[in-house]
Design a protein around this ligand. Sequence first.
Ligand SMILES: Cc1ncc(COP(=O)(O)O)c(C=O)c1O
Length: 471
Amino acid sequence: MAVSERSGGGEATMTRQDKARIFALFGRYINRNQIKYLSAGHLDVFETRRLGVGFTDPVSGCRMYDCFTAAGCFNVSRHNPEVMAALADAADELDMGSSLLSSPLKVELARRLAALAPGDLNHVIFAAGGGEAVECALKLARAATGRKQIVSTVKAYHGHTGFALSANGKEHYRHCFEPLMPEFTFVPFNDLEAMAKVVSNQTAAIILEPVQGEAGIFPATEAYLRGLRDLCDKNGALLVFDEIQTGFGRTGRMFAAEHSGVVPDIMTVAKSLGGGLYANAATIYRDIPLLRNFTAQHPDFHETHCGGGDIACKVSLKVLDYLEEHRLCENAARQGARLKEALQELMRANPKIIREVRGIGLMVGLEYVEEFLGPMMSDALAKHGVFAAYSGNAPQVMRFMMPITVSDAELDDIIAAIQGAVKDMKTLLPMALLAAKIPGVLSLLNNEQIQTTLFTQVRKVEDLWHRIAGR
Ligand SMILES: Cc1ncc(COP(=O)(O)O)c(C=O)c1O
């Protein structure tokens, strides 16, 4: 069977009994609550026939558009046949290689990343995943400057490992693990004045996402990024851009930094670098004496056994070829503009549901008037064959981040599904909005656990109805 004909994800069909058994085992060995959340939101699906912009649920047989893409992991599409072929070739002749030794593939990928990255960002340290790339960036910033303070932004998301978690701008993720790394400061995003108040000659680095993802899709303004660059230069601090979600064409340029022309001192990349097939990540830093000298003197300051392995590098090189050969940055810019226009039209027609549409390229957020509408919309979208997830740090914002290979016809289909989901929500909304006016009810509706319980009950009634109706 040719690579492109394989159905990634196992069996093409599955019975309800198989599904129940797998979910029971998932609950038993992995996480009980996750299954509850997924079922409540009609996302109790599996992924077979992973190809292009979606996958098929083997139980219902429904095709679903993947508008989540694990928050930007599948820029070059699901189970991309060309990247699959590169992986198959790599697996035939290579393993990951020894982390201690040099390798032509590692060098080739580092050269390629250096050529693509903005300005003089041309030194590469490989990592196994995004969180680790952020660890490496912040360690480098602290050690090279000899300073401790790291300034991050409110609602930022940088991962779940030590330094990265310490830079996460939402209490929810941090509070169980306090005390985390010391001297992390948080300021509101896109607020230069607030940043200027905390940055000093004691600051090691400012870290931010050029487009905040988990915070609810907020692009940084050009003036803000230029202001941050000046602030860092004046204070001898380093500027770190986390491009883990925004990199590799997602925003319509290879890296989001290119929209402003501001070159950070350190940039982290991951996710789509691995083509959704073989994880790979990197911390890329500028050719400046402060950083170059530190890494030359401390070559072992950061080590990983899996990041930048030979198989990963071969896959990543193919991903970069694919992005360029298929001009996917241009496609992301063009389809992103179409999607935004359609969502803005939907907003004008539904001011009681949608508050704002924002984003850049195919990183688009749709903000609802109330927080509890996020899970409702996720559910409504799933019923229309669209898998989308609301922002981790802003449940009122639905993210649309489909593969940037999406064609005109596929995007038209996705837009029609979103319109259908909003139409469905309109039937429930008057009741929910009325209930939200009762004192205390709004906070109950916004509570994730209560939502799950409510949706689970609705789901049970639906399932019963389908069984009675023989569907
Ligand atoms: C902006 C950003 N930074 C860091 C990370 C962490 O990456 P990983 O999950 O590979 O550790 C993510 C993951 O969603 C991210 O979106």
